[in-house]
Design a protein around this ligand. Structure first.
Ligand code: G
Ligand code: MN
Length: 360
């Protein structure tokens, strides 16, 4: 199908790196010392201070991504802003003409991480796995699937989804990433079973990003003959800098068009019960932190019990996540959690389970 071409990867992503070479970093002495220590922990060779206040680090394309993500994590924001960075392929020395091309380190990281992610997407190394969501009363049937992003390196190893999300965030590509995953997820579902209910993760920041638009999702629904009622957007609060008004506006718009909306990871470190009344989701997902050993922990039982009770009164469905033990499932089932998800009832898999006889 030629329509299957991904809609979002055509965005132009600048290319600051090609092949092996040296990354030149100009900054103050303290920052350079810290950067050379980080380069050493990565096992990279360096020409210390080739000229005044300049460090040259020998890197290949693969090594640079790891190095940059460490710099991003370890350096102070001011250092990222005041350090200048330039990559020269081979063994070339920077010339005067190169200086105007030197970016701030923070910009350089943004481009490089975006390029890494863009290549991952365009080389089809971004995949979706599907994890079943089942009725607690009927754990053998399938109610829906959650689409989970997975990546593969060129060598075929799995890449942690959090690494992809952090690259997407650094590069300002969260919404592009989310939309690409949605497209892969809907397509995979349609190819496998001609459809079925599907939960799609969405970063709260994507809801205000013009690169994410419900119009894209509507197009997917038309293309793959999927009714909007079969799609549910899950918003997580993990970023805990959530623009509640923006997410709420998005929830209303999505609900008006028939899509479902869910609050993900409720009960995790960052979550906040007020979001239930602020966002009025159709579904809440209890975080696995709350599920874990719930049958043995009175505090967890009371908190989860109250959330389940309040949800029932408000006509909100509850999905308990991360169910791994039969005792957890049993407690959740007998205390009114309608749906469960977790390794006990199904691990994420490349293919959705057969959903022919699902009951909606
Ligand atoms: O934040 P969100 O709920 O979307 O994250 C789901 C993540 O949790 C996925 O990456 C998935 O692989 C993982 N996961 C799913 N079920 C289980 C489970 O039962 N136990 C554990 N430890 N992890 C799970
Ligand atoms: Mn989720």
């Amino acid at each position: 199908m030629s329509e299957n071409e991904l809609m979002h990867i055509s965005l132009a992503i600048p290319d600051p790196l090609r092949g092996s070479g040296r990354l030149f970093l100009w900054g103050d002495d303290d920052d350079l010392r810290q950067m050379s220590a980080i380069a050493q922990t990565c096992g990279l060779d360096l020409d210390a201070f080739t000229s005044d206040r300049c460090l040259a680090v020998h890197v290949s394309q693969d090594e640079i991504i790891n190095f940059l993500s460490l710099l991003r994590r370890e350096l102070r924001p001011a250092s990222l802003q005041q350090t200048r960075a330039l990559f020269k392929p081979g063994s070339g020395e920077p010339t005067l003409a190169d200086f105007p091309r030197a970016d701030t380190l923070v910009t350089f990281i943004m481009f490089a991480r975006g390029k890494w992610l863009g290549e991952l997407m365009s080389e089809r190394r971004l995949l979706v796995h599907y994890q079943p969501i089942v009725e607690a009363n009927q754990p053998d049937g399938v109610h829906a699937h959650e689409a989970l992003a997975r990546g593969r390196s060129r060598e075929g190893e799995l890449i942690d989804p959090l690494r992809m999300l952090s690259a997407a965030s650094d590069a300002g590509l969260l919404a592009v990433f989310d939309s690409t995953v949605h497209e892969l997820a809907v397509r995979g579902m349609a190819d496998a079973h001609g459809g079925g209910r599907l939960f799609l993760n969405l970063s709260p920041r994507s809801t205000v990003d013009p690169n994410f638009q419900l119009e894209h999702v509507r197009r997917l629904c038309r293309l793959y003959r999927m009714p909007p009622e079969d799609l549910v957007f899950e918003i997580t609060e993990r970023e805990h800098v959530l623009d509640v008004d923006a997410v709420s506006r998005f929830f209303r718009e999505a609900q008006d068009e028939g899509f479902g909306v869910a609050l993900d990871d409720l009960g995790s470190g960052f979550s906040n019960l007020n979001l239930i009344h602020q966002l009025r989701p159709n579904i809440v997902k209890l975080d696995m932190e709350l599920t874990r050993n719930i049958h043995q922990d009175e505090y967890k039982r009371v908190i989860a019990g109250k959330i389940i009770e309040a949800s029932a009164q408000l006509d909100i469905d509850v999905i308990a996540e991360g169910v791994e033990q039969p005792e957890e499932l049993e407690w959740l089932r007998s205390n009114g959690a309608r749906f469960v998800q977790g390794y006990l009832v199904g691990r994420p898999d490349e293919l959705p389970r057969d959903t022919q006889d699902l009951n909606r």
